[in-house]
Design a protein around this ligand. Structure first.
Ligand code: ADP
Length: 267
């Protein structure tokens, strides 16, 4: 009897292994497909600006003396803009790779979050020049234990998206408040918004909601990087809808460290 049981157990183990192997093979095939899709997307994002740069440079070289001053200047602007796009894409790819390999270790210290919001805004001011900007930060927000460089980058990506996806003239609003245990920052815009089924996927690598978004300079990496940075600092980043109107809303929630709570309690 014992032998029969042992045989059956051995058979069961074998079957389990077999199922595991089949599932693993399926998974490998899926990750292979994913890897191919990612590579295709990366090479597209690298080749498109490169093609524009080469085209503009080639035209300049071949027709230099025939071109007007203005046409030359336009071609040079194309070279600059497309090189900047390449640069941003490569920087994003590096950030994403560093995040995934765990190489991003926040250099956290107690920081005044209003100051970090201010410096993110300073950086974003020129890209937001065609939008209306409203800032509503509660006074005396508690200090946060954050890396100001990473936090500013996370916030900048949200402002950059608001500028990219909300039409000119639309209102972009930053709100910040605290309940003592958390600081909440929200970036709200009046663009097309993000459908409920996409609100988690927009954080995935290379995910872009609209095919048309492909033509805008973007990488599909910004939101994933922002979330990765904020999570590395103990916070969260979520996408929400705006119940009262159209547009996207991104919410950052950061825990207030105990030492900052103690500070706040002092007179
Ligand atoms: P990118 O903007 O470079 O494509 P992101 O990771 O920052 O990459 O955003 C992913 C996608 O989420 C965007 O392609 C866009 O479809 C959508 N999205 C992000 N921010 C907004 C926003 N403020 N309004 C509408 N859609 C947005």
């Amino acid at each position: 009897l014992m032998d029969a049981l042992a045989d059956q157990a051995a058979l069961a183990v074998e079957r389990v292994n077999l199922v595991a192997d089949v599932e693993k093979a399926k998974l490998d095939a899926a990750t292979d497909r994913l890897r191919t899709a990612l590579l295709t997307s990366i090479s597209h994002d690298l080749k498109t600006p490169l093609a524009s740069i080469m085209g503009a440079a080639g035209t300049l070289r071949s027709f230099f003396s025939a071109l007007t001053e203005e046409a030359r200047s336009d071609l040079l602007s194309t070279v600059e803009e497309e090189a900047e796009r390449l640069n941003r894409f490569i920087a994003n790819l590096l950030d994403m790779t560093r995040l995934e390999s765990g190489a991003i270790v926040p250099n956290a210290g107690l920081c005044d979050v209003s100051e970090v919001v201010g410096s993110a805004l300073d950086r974003a001011r020129s890209i937001l020049r065609h939008h209306r900007l409203e800032i509503d930060l509660a006074p005396d927000l508690p200090m946060l234990s954050i890396d100001p460089v990473l936090f500013e980058q996370a916030l900048f990506n949200l402002l950059d998206n608001a500028a990219k996806y909300a039409p000119e003239g639309a209102l972009v609003r930053i709100e910040g408040w605290s309940d003592g245990a958390f600081v909440t920052l929200r970036v709200l815009d009046e663009g097309p918004g993000i459908a409920e089924e996409d609100r988690e996927r927009v954080f995935d690598k290379f995910y872009r909601v609209r095919k048309g978004d492909q033509v805008r300079a973007g990488t599909g990496l910004g939101l994933g990087i922002s979330r990765g940075f904020l999570e590395a600092m103990g916070g969260t980043l979520t996408a929400d809808g705006r119940p009262d109107r159209r547009g996207a809303a991104f919410t950052i929630r950061m825990p207030v460290p105990p030492q900052a709570r103690a500070l706040k309690a002092l007179p």
